[in-house]
Write a new protein. Structure first.
Length: 664
C-alpha cells in the first residue's frame, strides 16, 4: 500500500495524499480531522482515487454551525447570561429556597457601610406571585428550563473551546470495494511555509560544496507518522472561500402597498556585459525560475569546524529533485516522521560547485568605507535554487552568513557574507556637477536647446593587506542616461578602463588590487538634456511673451550668441515694453493718490467756513480734478496705445527670430 504523502509549498499550502485500505465487501468509514478554519480548503480540493465506491458523500458540520446569539465571558458568567437571556424560564436555588419563573435581568443597588459603599447585584425573576430578587452571592444553583436556551449556551461554550482546540471537526465518508483495494484521498490546507537553508563550504584544495536543507514545520495537531514529505519552491495562487459556511441568502422586502403616492418623475440628462578588466568575470541576471531535467543526489560527508581529514562523513537520507513547470520539487525517498507541533531539518541535495571565487564587493549604500567579503557564486545544479539563508565556511571555519536569491541553473550572484577590514574606500566628488548650454535653435517662436551636465566622482582605494585582492565596485550614476568615462590611477600610471556590467541604476567595475597598494578610480559622467520653450505662449484666455529665457541664458551667459543683433533687439524691445508698463502703472498710482487727496480736501471743506484756507482747499480740489481727468482721458490712453504697439513689435520680432548655434 502507498505511503501517506504531503507536498508543502513555499507559499504556505500543503497538499495531502492519504492512503486507506478498503476490504472486499466491507464498507470502510473514513474520518479526516480538519481544523474548522481550513474546512473550506478541504472541500474545495477533495479528491478520492482508487477502485472504490463512495457509499455516502463526504459529510461535515458547517464551519458556522456553532454560530449563536449569545456569548459567555468566563470572567463574568452570571452577569453575561442575565444580560443576554432576559425572558428565559429559569429555576434558582438559594439560601431562602427555590425560585421558578422568567428571568427579568440584573439589578444593582448601593448599600451604605462604615467605609466605601458596596453595590451587590441580584437577579430579578418574574414569578406567579410577582417579582422576586435573588442576590448573586446567595445563589447555590441556577438552571435554564428551555432546551433552546441550553443549546445556545452549549454553542457558546464550544466556540470558547475551539479557541483552545481548533481541530474540532471532521470530513466523514463511507467507501466500499468489490475486491480489496487502496483508496487515496487528496486535499489541500494552509500550512506553515517551508524554508530552505544552505551550507556553502569553500576550500583551497577541493571544489566548493553546496548543501540544501528544508526546514519543515508540522503546525497541525496530528503526527505525521511515516510520511513521504516533498517541498516545492513556487507560488501557486490560493485564497479562502465560504464553501464551508451554511448561509441562507437574505431577501429583499417588497411593499405591496406604497408608503407614498407617485409624484413627479425627473429624467436625468445624458544589462550589457563588457570586456573584462582585472581578471574577474561573471554574469548577473534577474531572479526567476526555469525548467530542467530531473536529477537525484545522495548525502555523503558533512564538514565541521575541525580539519576535515580527521572526521568521517555521516550518511543521511537522499532526496529526488525535479522541475515541474515553474516549480522545483524536492521529494524525500524515505519516509519521515514529524510529531505534531514539531519541526524537522530535512536534507534535500548536495552538489560540488567548481565555478566559485572569494572576492570583495563595494556598494556605498551598504557601507560607506568598507567592502564586503563575498562569494562569486554560480548555480551549477540542474535545478532552480529557492531564496534561503546560507552559512558560509572557509576551510571548515565559520565565515559568515548570506542569502542566496532565486537562481536558475547557470545564473550567478555575488553573496556578501562578512565585512572586510583590509580594504578601505573613500568616495569624493572631484568636481561639482555643472551645466553648459551646447546648442540652441530658435524659430517660429520656439527655443530648442541642449544643456550638458558633467562632473566626476573619485574612489580612493587602499589595500592594507600583503596579498592581492579582487574587488567589484558598484557605482550609482548621478545623472540620468549618462555617458561615462573611467580612469584608474595606480603607481603613478593612469589607464582608461571600461565597466564590466550595467546595473539597474549604475555600472559595475572589476579591479585587481595589488598588495599594500593605493589607487584611484575616477568616473566622469555627462548627459545632455533637451528642452523646448515657447517665446510666445497662447492660451484660451491670454497670450504671454517669454523673453526672460533669452536674457538669462544667452545675454547674461556672455556666450557666442550674446552679441547677436536680433536677439539683442528682442531684449531691447522687451525692455522698452516693460518701461511703458511701468509708466502706465505710475500714472494709475498718481491718479489714485489724487483721488485720496480729493477725499481729504472734501472733508476739510465740510468742516471749514468762508475763510482763506477753505478757499485754498477748494482751489486744490479743482486742480486735483483737472489732473485726474488729464491722466485718465489723455495720458493713460496714449500710454496704452504705445504699449500695444511695443507689444506687437516684440511679438513679431520673437515670431520672426531665426537663430541656430552649436558648440561643436
Amino acid at each position: 500500500m502507498s505511503k501517506n504523502q504531503v507536498i508543502i509549498y513555499s507559499n504556505g499550502i500543503a497538499d495531502f495524499r492519504r492512503s486507506f485500505l478498503v476490504g472486499a465487501q466491507q464498507p470502510e468509514r473514513v474520518s479526516i480531522p480538519v481544523c474548522q478554519d481550513h474546512l473550506a480548503d478541504v472541500l474545495a480540493s477533495l479528491n478520492v482515487f482508487g477502485k472504490v465506491r463512495l457509499d455516502s458523500p463526504p459529510t461535515y458540520r458547517p464551519s458556522n454551525d456553532l454560530d449563536g446569539n449569545i456569548s459567555v465571558n468566563p470572567n463574568s458568567v452570571l452577569v453575561d447570561l442575565a444580560s443576554s437571556l432576559s425572558g428565559a424560564n429559569i429555576e434558582i436555588e438559594h439560601a431562602s429556597g427555590k425560585i421558578t419563573g422568567k428571568l427579568m435581568g440584573l439589578h444593582q443597588e448601593e448599600e451604605g457601610t462604615a467605609g466605601s459603599p458596596i453595590r451587590p447585584k441580584s437577579l430579578i425573576v418574574l414569578c406567579e406571585d410577582g417579582l422576586r430578587r435573588a442576590p448573586l452571592r446567595e445563589i447555590q444553583s441556577f438552571q435554564f428550563l428551555d432546551a433552546e436556551v441550553r443549546t445556545e449556551i452549549d454553542k457558546a461554550l464550544q466556540r470558547n473551546y475551539q479557541k483552545i482546540k481548533p481541530d474540532s471537526t471532521f470530513v466523514d465518508m463511507v467507501m466500499s470495494a468489490e475486491e480489496e483495494a487502496e483508496a487515496i484521498i487528496q486535499y489541500t490546507i494552509p500550512a506553515a511555509a517551508w524554508k530552505i537553508s544552505y551550507r556553502l563550504r569553500m576550500s583551497d584544495d577541493h571544489p566548493a560544496e553546496l548543501q540544501g536543507f528544508a526546514i519543515v514545520d508540522n503546525n497541525t495537531d496530528e503526527d505525521w507518522d511515516q510520511f513521504h514529505i516533498s517541498v516545492v519552491t513556487g507560488e501557486p495562487i490560493t485564497f479562502s472561500t465560504d464553501l464551508a459556511d451554511r448561509k441562507t441568502p437574505g431577501r429583499k422586502h417588497v411593499n405591496l402597498v406604497s408608503d407614498m403616492a407617485m409624484g413627479a418623475v425627473d429624467v436625468e440628462g445624458g544589462m550589457v556585459v563588457m570586456a573584462d578588466v582585472g581578471g574577474c568575470e561573471y554574469e548577473d541576471s534577474d531572479d526567476h525560475l526555469g525548467g530542467s531535467d530531473g536529477v537525484r543526489s545522495r548525502f555523503a560527508d558533512f564538514a565541521f569546524s575541525q580539519p576535515t581529514s580527521t572526521l568521517s562523513a555521516a550518511e543521511m537520507a537522499s532526496a529526488e529533485v525535479r522541475e515541474v513547470g515553474d516549480f522545483t520539487r524536492f521529494e524525500s525517498e524515505c519516509t519521515v516522521s514529524i510529531p505534531a507541533k514539531h519541526s524537522a531539518v530535512i536534507p534535500v541535495f548536495r552538489r560540488e560547485i567548481d565555478d566559485t571565487d572569494s572576492i570583495l564587493h563595494y556598494k556605498r549604500e551598504n557601507h560607506e568605507e568598507r567592502p564586503f567579503r563575498s562569494i562569486e557564486f554560480k548555480n551549477e545544479t540542474s535545478f532552480s535554487l529557492g531564496r534561503g539563508a546560507c552559512t558560509v565556511y572557509e576551510e571548515s571555519a565559520y565565515a559568515g552568513s548570506c542569502v542566496i536569491p532565486i537562481l536558475k541553473p547557470g545564473e550567478s550572484r555575488l553573496l556578501p557574507h562578512a565585512l572586510d577590514t583590509g580594504v578601505k574606500i573613500n568616495r569624493e566628488h572631484a568636481s561639482p556637477f555643472s551645466s553648459t548650454l551646447i546648442a540652441v535653435h530658435i524659430g517660429d517662436g520656439v527655443v530648442s536647446s541642449a544643456l550638458q551636465r558633467a562632473g566626476k566622482i573619485e574612489y580612493y582605494i587602499k589595500n592594507s593587506l600583503d596579498r592581492s585582492q579582487k574587488l567589484v565596485l558598484d557605482h550609482d550614476l548621478l545623472l540620468e542616461a549618462a555617458s561615462t568615462r573611467a580612469t584608474l590611477r595606480l603607481a603613478n600610471e593612469q589607464t582608461e578602463i571600461e565597466h564590466n556590467e550595467k546595473l539597474s541604476s549604475g555600472l559595475r567595475y572589476k579591479l585587481v588590487l595589488p598588495p599594500n597598494s593605493d589607487c584611484c578610480l575616477t568616473i566622469h559622467e555627462s548627459s545632455v538634456e533637451d528642452s523646448e520653450i515657447s517665446l510666445v505662449t497662447v492660451t484660451s484666455q491670454s497670450e504671454r511673451l517669454n523673453v526672460e529665457w533669452l536674457e538669462k541664458n544667452i545675454i547674461r551667459s556672455d556666450g557666442p550668441l550674446a552679441d547677436n543683433a536680433r536677439i539683442k533687439a528682442c531684449v531691447s524691445a522687451n525692455e522698452a515694453l516693460q518701461q511703458k508698463k511701468s509708466e502706465i502703472s505710475n500714472a494709475v498710482v498718481r491718479s489714485e493718490r489724487l483721488m485720496e487727496k480729493q477725499n481729504r480736501l472734501r472733508e476739510n471743506i465740510k468742516a471749514g467756513g468762508q475763510d482763506e484756507l477753505t478757499n485754498r482747499w477748494r482751489h486744490e480740489l479743482d486742480e486735483a480734478e483737472q489732473a485726474i481727468q488729464e491722466i485718465e482721458q489723455e495720458r493713460v490712453p496714449r500710454l496704452r496705445e504705445e504699449e500695444s504697439k511695443l507689444y506687437e513689435k516684440l511679438r513679431n520680432s520673437l515670431k520672426e527670430l531665426e537663430v541656430e548655434w552649436n558648440l561643436h
